[in-house]
Design a protein around this ligand. Structure first.
Ligand code: BTN
Length: 259
């Protein structure tokens, strides 16, 4: 455990830095299940996460020492269950705003919560919730950002990027982590105060392909459409041929506009 100098109220004030771990989400989950009540905002970060987990059972690859891989513990007990997606919105918007301070332009959130620079993935978020009855008990928010990595494996090479590739310069990992924690905290406090409209507006403002004609695929059929909204429960609303249709994750695929 180490002291830290993050200028936050609670996110990252209890910071545990590990030199190596399978997955920071796994580690934090284990801590939550068996230790004393853990302070909200506890962060587990790893220099080397050797079995990182992504969405849909994917593997999250990150070369040791070059990237940010960390998990934050939240207790969103105040969040109505039908507003579940608002936590994703708060976290992804917080990360987007922190990265935007460095990159200035082109950072977007691809629905539901991938961090993009132009058409490439710069980071991802894996949120794992625990419920107690009909209420949230705890949330483990795992965040992976490609920072100083330049070389990606063949699987990732076409669609991944990093801050180093964008800026042609190295970025200080601890400073960046502090900025991200403080920005996530600001958005989380908006969530806590029930400021859902402001959060949704910000999310749409920074959303990849919002209000642009683009190509999608539903059940094997490609079509042109335009993202017009997102619901508080997380459905994506696409307008095509004058009609709006809502999609759950996995029901819709984003295509390259040239596909
Ligand atoms: C995605 O598939 O886009 C989500 C990637 C989430 C990766 C992060 S890295 C830190 C935390 N620990 C994990 O095992 N996964 C998340």
């Amino acid at each position: 455990m180490q002291n830290n100098t993050f200028s936050t109220l609670f996110v990252g004030q209890n910071l545990i830095r590990l030199s190596a771990v399978d997955s920071t989400n796994n580690f934090l989950k284990e801590m939550v299940s068996k230790s004393e009540p853990l302070p909200e905002g506890t962060v587990i970060m790893a220099d080397n996460q050797f079995a990182g987990r992504g969405q849909q059972e994917n593997i999250w690859h990150a070369t040791a020492g070059l990237n940010l891989t960390f998990s934050v513990f939240f207790k969103p007990v105040f969040l109505p269950i039908n507003k579940q997606f608002m936590l994703n919105i708060a976290v992804s918007t917080g990360i987007r705003k922190a990265l935007q301070q460095i990159v200035l332009q082109g950072i977007k959130v691809k629905w539901p919560n991938d961090i993009y620079f132009e058409d490439r993935k710069l980071g991802g978020i894996l949120i794992e919730n625990t419920l107690s009855g009909n209420c949230y008990k705890s949330s483990i928010v795992g965040i992976g950002i490609n920072v100083n990595q330049e070389d990606f494996n063949p699987e990732q090479v076409k669609r991944a990027t990093s801050l180093r590739k964008i800026l042609q310069a190295d970025v200080n990992l601890t400073e960046l982590m502090g900025e991200i924690c403080s920005s996530i905290e600001a958005e989380y406090l908006k969530l806590k105060s029930g400021n859902y409209n402001a959060l949704l507006t910000e999310y749409l403002k920074g959303m990849y392909r919002f209000n642009e004609d683009a190509a999608y695929r539903e059940a094997g059929i490609a079509f042109m459409g335009r993202i017009v909204d997102v619901t508080e429960t997380g459905q994506l609303i696409i307008e095509a041929e004058g009609k709006n249709k809502s999609y759950n994750f996995k029901e819709i695929e984003f295509l390259n506009n040239t596909q």
